[in-house]
Design a protein around this ligand. Structure first.
Ligand code: DP6
Length: 362
């Protein structure tokens, strides 16, 4: 699909008012998106596990404005309370997507969001939040254009979510989603995420992600700034090529269930992301001492237990511990006993691979 195909022609139905709810999950990248061009075009392809427990539930209530003015009109509530500090981000999102959803200025919207994970846990809510909102808007568009196909709905929801936050385009579906053009992946696009189209071995089914909240503080570097720094990072081109190569390698890894190679790629991706931050100007170290201690514990346990535990990181200090379902009985007790003590007040979230957003869950 090209960008212009997301611009609707004429709507066939008319609606005065309504309400819609979506629950959309977060996702954890295995090959990382880090570096982008205008507007929200990734410098390299990425792939992620869709999560299940970490999610945002958003309800959008809408009513036709009496006089269609030339401005957006909306209220935003977070966990039941008006939250004006989030409004500028939503306004920018609406401005970016108006071309593709021309009804946006015709309604007043009340947008109410809740996160399943604790506020300021250091877990980014932009992927789940922006994808939930994009889905609600798409549901309204579907009411205006009832003939819309399901595949167009899903693709456009991902396309719109991307314009809110890049990684959000990987949260619409599950369980493995790829975003960004990649030679070896048929149907891949810079514009939206696609469900990974090749064989995935059953060892990856029900994969676990226990998220260790090492540092619950505000993000030290916003992802927008982080992505920007890649424009001048001397290693940027090499890094972007590496992401392409890692995705190519993952094709066989997923097909045959090669966990050893999976671990090498996933951990190397996490460390490379952090290496990019350390080699940017200005430079940042986003790990905390406890992040490193946890990594060392994971490596030592992997060696002694011969298990397939591994880690990945976001652009922060928290650690995502990944492991297969069939090893949970040896790995989860280790996490509880040895890794949870490194978390702030023992805070951690037991999550696992999920199957994407769902409509109507309050
Ligand atoms: C490190 O999607 O948060 O989590 O497009 O600026 O909203 P924006 O960035 P964002 O970046 C996520 C970066 C990452 C890696 C990843 O999820 O691929």
């Amino acid at each position: 699909m090209t960008e212009n195909e997301f611009i609707p022609t004429r709507y066939t139905a008319k609606i005065e008012s309504g309400t819609v709810t979506y629950r959309s999950p977060s996702n954890i990248a295995l090959v990382k998106y880090w570096g982008k061009r205008e507007i929200q075009i990734p410098e390299n392809p990425s792939i992620s596990f869709t999560l299940n427990a970490c999610a945002t539930t958003t309800t959008v209530t809408f009513r036709a404005k009496k006089n269609t003015s030339d401005s957006f009109s909306f209220d935003f509530l977070f966990e039941g309370q008006p939250k004006n500090s989030f409004k500028p981000k939503i306004l920018v999102f609406m401005q970016r997507i108006e071309k593709y959803l021309p009804f946006l200025k015709e309604y007043h919207f009340t947008i109410a969001s809740n996160n399943s994970f604790p506020h300021s846990s250091g877990i980014a809510s932009s992927a789940s939040g922006m994808s939930a909102l994009a889905l609600c808007f798409m549901d309204i568009e579907k009411r205006l254009n009832p003939n819309m196909t399901e595949s167009y709905f899903t693709m456009k929801a991902s396309f719109l979510a991307r314009l809110g936050s890049g990684s959000a385009c990987r949260s619409i579906e599950g369980d493995l989603v790829q975003w960004g053009e990649h030679q070896g992946t048929t149907g891949s696009s810079d514009l939206y995420g696609i469900k990974y189209p090749y064989k995935v071995h059953e060892v990856f089914r029900n994969y676990h992600d226990t998220i260790l909240l090492i540092d619950k503080g505000e993000k030290q570097v916003s992802s927008t700034l982080g992505h920007d720094l890649m424009h001048s990072n001397v290693y940027a081109e090499t890094r972007f090529n590496q992401a392409h190569e890692n995705l190519s390698k993952l094709k066989t890894v997923f097909a045959i269930g090669d966990l050893k190679s999976f671990i090498t790629i996933v951990e190397s991706e996490a460390l490379t992301l952090h290496a990019m931050m350390m080699t940017s100007i200005p430079y940042f170290v986003l790990m905390k001492p406890k992040t490193l201690e946890v990594i060392n514990e994971i490596w030592a346990f992997r060696e002694s237990s011969k298990s397939n535990i591994c880690f990945t990181l976001d652009a922060g200090a928290n650690v995502h511990v990944l492991y297969p379902e069939k090893e949970k009985d040896i790995i989860y007790p280790f996490i509880k006993e040895k890794l949870v003590p490194y978390c702030q007040n023992g805070a951690h979230i037991t999550d696992r691979i999920g199957f994407g957003a769902k409509k109507g869950v309050l």
